[in-house]
Structures are given as C-alpha cells and as structure tokens.
Write a protein that binds this ligand. Structure first.
Ligand code: MSP
Length: 695
C-alpha cells in the first residue's frame, strides 16, 4: 500500500510565510501518520516558478526569472530545514520545481494527450481561438466581470477584487480547453465520490459553481507576452498557461511523461494523491485539474482537501500594510517547532479560518505544552527518578497490598485507565483520519488531564513516605509512564521531536515514528527498565518579555538602525524579500546597491519619546531645505544631548513610515555590536559637508 500527499507548489515571486508553512505542516503530519502505519508514503511540496508574476518580480529585482526562483527556493530550503520539514528531518520526499527539465517533458506529454482528446460531447478538447479579456498577474488568472472592480476613471483598467491591483488587458491568440463540455462529467464525479472535495461546505460550493455552467479556459499565452514558461508542443509561439502547467506538477513529479521520475518514484506506484490546498485555490484543483485529467484519461486524485486561511487575532486578513503578518524568522527564533506545529493543528478547526497571533501562541504553548504535556512528562519522570531509583516501577498491586491502595484512593487494578486510554486513542485516530486535527488533539489532552488528575489525587509524594504504600506508588507511576508512552506514539505525527524526547525519557530505544498507534497495547512498557535523562520538554515562555523582544525584532526601526538589513522589495502577493530569513548570504550587484541613497547628515535636535524607551526622535540636516525627522532605536545607548552636532550617515530614500505617531523619514546607519546588537553610530574622521552622497 502507498500514499501520496501534496501541498500546493508556491509562487517563487515572494518569500515563504505562515500560510505556506501551515499547509506543509499539515501535509507533513499526515505523511508521518501514514509512515507510522507502515505505509510507503510520498510527500510533495515545491515551487511554481513560471509565469508573468515571476517574470515581473525578477525584473523588479534585476534578476533573471531563474535567478529569482533560485533565490526564493534557497529561502524555502532554509525554512523547511529550520522547521524540520525537509527530507533530512523525515519530511517531504521531493521539493518539486517546475523549472525541472523532467517537468517540461511530462507536462508536454500531458498537453499532447489533451490535443488528441475528445470531450464527452465528441468535440476537440483543445482548440485555438482568440482571448479577449482581463488577466490578474498575482492570481495568474483570467477575471470575469464579477471578479473585478470597475475603474474609477473610465479608460483605466479594472482592479482585481483579491489583490486590488490593476488587471492586464489580454487580446491575443490563445489555445482553449473546452471546459464547457465537462460540467456533466464533473458533477457525476462529485456525486459518485462524496469525499472527493472536502470539507462538505467546500464541496457544495464547487458543485454549485460547476452547475452554474462552465466557460472554456484559455490555456496558453503568446510567447511574446509571456516568455517565461513551458512552450506549447509543436507551437513554440505559445507558452502554456501557468496553472495548467503548475497543476501538472503533481503527476510529472512522480513520473508521468518522463522516464527519470518514473524510475525514481513511480507514477503507477503512488498516484492518486491527496491534494491539500488553501480554499483560495480550490477551484483550480477541484474543477480545472479534474477536467484536465478527465480529458487526458488519467485517474482522478484521491481527494482535494481545502483548509481555511490564517487571519490575525482580530479576524483581519494578514497583510504587510496592516503589519499583522506572522514572520517565519520570528517564529523560528522564539518558539519550538513542535509548539508551532501543535498550535497550527490545534487552533485551526480544519476547513475554517483560524486566528494566529504571537500572544495566542505563547498562551497555548504555556498552558497546553509547558503546564500540560511537558509538566506531566517531567513530573512523572522526576518521581520515577526520585522514588523508584530511576527505573520503571512494577505495574501491579498484589492482593496483600490492595487494602493499602484503596485507603489511598487508588484503583487497585488498571482497568479504568486502560479502557479510558484505548477509547481515547480510538477517538483520536478516528478524528485524525478525518483530518479533524483539532478534535484529535483535544482527545489527547483529555488523556493528559486525566493522568494529571490521577497523580494529583494519589499524591505520590505522600505515598513515598509510607513503607506500606510502595506498590501503590509504583502502580500510579507505572500508569503515568505507560500513558506517556501511548501519548508519545499518538502525538508523534504532530510533534515529532517532543514525542521522541518523551520516548527517550522513558528509556525506550525504539522510534515512535515507526509505531502504529492503533496497535498500542496496555502494559507493554517493561518494568525495571532505566529511564533516560529528565529534561523539560517545553520551557515556559515569559509572555511580556518575549512579546517585547518580538516587537523589537519586528520593529523596522530597530531592524534598520542596526544597519544590517538592506533588501530589495518584491512587492508580490505575499511576503516581501525584506522579510528575509536572517543570516542568508546572497550577493547583490552594483545596481542594487545604487538604489540605496546614503547621505551625510548632521544631527540638529534629539529627544526622547514618552513611553518608548528605545526610540529617539532626531532631526538631521542632509543638505535639504528642511531637516529630516528620523526615529532611531538607540535611546538605550545614546544620550540625546551627546548626539547634537554629530555627523552621521542617513539612508535618504527609505519609504517614510509612521511609528508611535511620528513619521520617520529615513534611517541612520549604525553597526550592530555583540549579542544584544548594541548600536554604534557610523561617523567620519574628516569633515564632510551635509548632504554629500556615499558611494
Ligand atoms: N502557485 C499557486 C499554487 C499552484 S498549485 C499547483 C499558489 N501559490 S501561493 O504561493 O499563492 O500559495 C498558495 C497557498 O499558500 C494557499 O493555497 C495555501 O495553501 C497557502 N496560504 C497562503 N496564505 C495563507 C493563509 N493566510 N493561511 C493559510 N494558508 C495560506 O497559489
């Protein structure tokens, strides 16, 4: 038996963010669960590297499209490694890139099949026509009238309702896919397979969209308009429409239409896949993709499962402009990977939108992980260390010791906990299989709570003082330890590192990633075994301090004043390159550097800002009519009066931004020194006139 799970392949025009991370975490969790069951599993993620949007991002950054893609992919590599999602950490099996030559080969084969195919109504599935209409580059999609806003000034292009950016007028020869002939076939498919599109609410949306009638789909662009893409076989003046080509990655990656991947992976072996997607791209996956596959005579996917979107704690969409995005480098720096995984799976009711804020993440980590699972594990192991010489104690209470156990209020046999545990485990699995991760984890935490209560009620610390209660004490601690073993196995797909630590803490040699929770049997933990090192699983996060540190890191002033981050902006659909994961060395060329206007300035005034203990408000003469006002995160290191008259270096063409009610019209350069990043202002040994440019 095999299993194949995919995430969308992400646009290579902008850097990865929480949304991307999330789908990967879900796919990774599913893949780990399948592997636990001994099912050979293939997990795909990757990047979608063609199309006008990538071409434009590349232009903005003075790169070739391939360089642009390589740049973004290098961040993905870092990110997936930092979050334990890459192959080395037992995560994905392929990072698919649509610039792979085997993909060109495979997708060309798919195109040729469509070119030969007849629709259910006996017409040609592909035909050449003329496309006239509007195209949104960030969506990589054609827009109908109800999908755009009319312009305020007649004559201007309309704007995309999703991106609020101007649409491109397209009027050109194009290949069309005769989607309009596939509505009945698609409806039959949804009908015959009620779990093909999930969840139910999304399935209904898709059905009503298709039932409303389908229009033919333009599946190529003229090469003169979009050159960065896969050429249409036998008609190189056309480039394949990027969605057609991107969706095909799911089959080309495993060998459809190309020998290389067929040998390495195997199309027959792994297809069909479970596609995980955000609800934003459901239509492409649940309507267009199945229609292409129908036409090409390829088996349909196993299912298309749409999850909701992450919004901020107040329910707003995350965006750069609102400043409410969750940055991966911040997540990575302040939170354990398993806490992030747990939060993502616990907090988003699968299918619905979820709220993500650093404070919520800290609260959940502290309550459910530090005080919950982590505390249960460390208190159990510490007591085994202290009261049982660091060895797993005996499980049973002999007949003679029963009375004593009863006196202590401890159940004399383990039937109750055994039954509770196996029932909770069954429920957990049932929810997990239905991808109801949040519910599954609730079940697991019911086990944590019950075990905690068992310990608190039995008070092992009191039993330890009574020689007549040795067996009672042992039984209680055994039950807690055995429950932890079950939890480690159950939680492995969600929290692989914590599960392994619990396992090692119990002194077990095996790998919880290789044990099927369905096969867990009570009392397989052997008494007498030495436990491992007792380490805190999830240290408590100090909320106020961490929030302040996060704010500091996020605050552009803080970051820019350290003088280290000069990044070219990719104003793509999601994150920008200014979000760069720190510490990645990349080269810029001279034209990149020339974009930064550095000028000599002289500090005229400097003062502290009420309630902002890091910021100074300074005005600087950079040879302009009026001095510039700049906010600098140096208040902890410089007295305002010592700055006046000082020559400094100012980034003069930085977009002004408001902070604490003040507009900052540039930034000053400073070295960042030591671990705490103490700023030391850059200055000159010689006298230089204000406004002189640094080159
Ligand atoms: N390249 C296409 C997909 C082609 S698949 C053949 C694309 N890429 S994308 O970079 O825009 O990524 C889209 C996916 O990222 C979403 O479907 C979803 O999986 C994820 N998310 C993006 N923003 C998200 C949130 N705010 N919340 C949750 N997931 C989100 O579309």
């Amino acid at each position: 038996m095999t299993f194949y799970v995919t995430t969308p392949i992400y646009y290579a025009n902008s850097l990865p963010h929480l949304g991307h991370l999330y789908t990967m975490i879900v796919a990774d969790t599913i893949a780990r669960r399948k592997r636990q069951q001994g099912i050979e599993t293939f997990f795909l993620t990757g990047t979608d590297e063609h199309g006008i949007n990538i071409e434009r991002a590349a232009q903005r950054n003075n790169r070739t499209p391939k360089e642009q893609a390589d740049y973004v992919v290098s961040y993905f590599e870092r990110m997936t490694s930092a979050f334990g999602l890459d192959t080395a950490h037992g995560g994905f099996d392929i990072f698919m890139r649509t610039t792979n030559p085997f993909h060109y080969e495979g997708v060309s084969e798919l195109w040729r099949r469509l070119a030969k195919a007849k629709t259910p109504k006996g017409r040609e599935a592909l035909y050449k026509g003329h496309y006239e209409g509007w195209f949104c580059a960030p969506c990589a999609g054609y827009k109908t009238e109800d999908e755009y806003a009319k312009p305020a000034n007649p004559g201007d292009p309309p704007t995309c309702l999703i991106h609020e950016t101007k649409l491109d007028r397209v009027s050109e020869e194009s290949y069309f896919f005769r989607l309009s002939d596939y509505d009945q076939a698609l409806l039959e498919l949804y009908e015959a397979r009620s779990d093909f599109v999930r969840p139910e609410a999304r399935r209904n949306e898709v059905i009503s969209f298709v039932a409303g009638g389908l229009q033919d789909l333009a599946v190529s662009r003229l090469r003169s308009a979009v050159s960065w893409g896969v050429p249409v076989p036998d008609d190189p003046n056309h480039t394949m429409y990027v969605w057609f080509e991107a969706l095909s990655n799911y089959i080309t990656a495993i060998g459809f239409g190309n020998e290389q991947q067929e040998r390495a992976v195997g199309f027959e072996k792994f297809w069909p896949a479970l596609h995980l997607v955000g609800k934003d791209i459901l239509r492409f996956h649940a309507v267009y993709w199945p229609a292409f596959l129908l036409a090409a005579g390829v088996e349909q996917p196993r299912a298309i499962v749409a999850h909701g979107m992450w919004v901020d704690p107040t329910g707003r969409k995350m965006s750069k402009t609102l400043g409410n995005t969750i940055e991966l480098d911040v997540l990575n720096r302040f939170f354990p990977v398993d806490a992030i995984r747990y939060f993502c799976l616990r907090e988003m009711v699968f299918g619905q939108d979820g709220r993500f804020g650093y404070e919520n993440l800290i609260d959940r980590t502290n309550s459910d992980l530090a005080s919950g699972l982590g505390n249960l594990s460390s208190r159990t192991l510490t007591m085994i260390q202290r009261y049982c010489d660091g060895r797993i104690p005996a499980a049973t209470i002999s007949d003679e010791a029963r009375l004593a156990a009863k006196r202590a209020g401890v159940e004399t046999d383990d039937a109750a906990i055994r039954n509770f545990l196996s029932h909770a485990r069954d429920e957990f699995i049932r929810y997990f299989e239905a991808l109801a991760f949040s519910k599954a984890l609730e079940e697991a935490w019911a086990i944590v709570a019950r075990t905690d209560k068992m310990i608190s009620d039995a008070k092992p610390w009191e039993l330890a003082r009574d020689a007549g209660q040795i067996q009672t004490l042992s039984a209680v601690l055994y039950r807690a330890a055995e429950t932890l073993r079950w939890l480690a196995v159950m939680l492995y797909p969600t929290m692989p590192s914590a599960a392994k630590e619990i396992y090692a803490g119990l002194g077990l040699k095996g790998d919880p990633g290789k044990i099927d929770p369905a096969g867990l049997q009570w009392a397989e933990l052997t008494a007498g075994g030495g436990i491992g090192e007792v380490k805190p699983l999830f240290p408590r996060i100090e909320k106020a301090k961490t929030m302040e540190e996060i704010r500091d890191q996020k605050s552009e002033v803080g970051r820019e004043d350290s003088g280290t981050s000069v990044g070219a902006e990719v104003s793509g659909q999601h994150a920008t390159e200014a979000d760069a994961v720190p510490g990645v060395a990349t080269y810029i060329d001279i034209t990149d550097f020339a974009k930064v206007e550095l000028r000599v300035g002289e500090v005229r005034t400097a003062e502290r800002i009420p309630k902002a203990d890091k910021l100074l408000l300074i005005t600087v003469d950079i040879g302009e009519e009026k001095p510039r006002q700049i906010l600098a995160g140096i208040a902890q290191y410089y007295e305002p009066e010592n700055l006046i008259g000082r020559k400094i270096v100012v980034v003069a063409n930085l977009k002004p931004r408001k902070l604490r009610g003040y507009e900052s019209q540039g930034m000053l350069l400073a070295a960042s020194v030591g671990d705490e990043g103490k700023p030391v202002i850059a200055t000159f040994a010689e006298d230089v006139p204000n406004g002189a440019r640094l080159k």
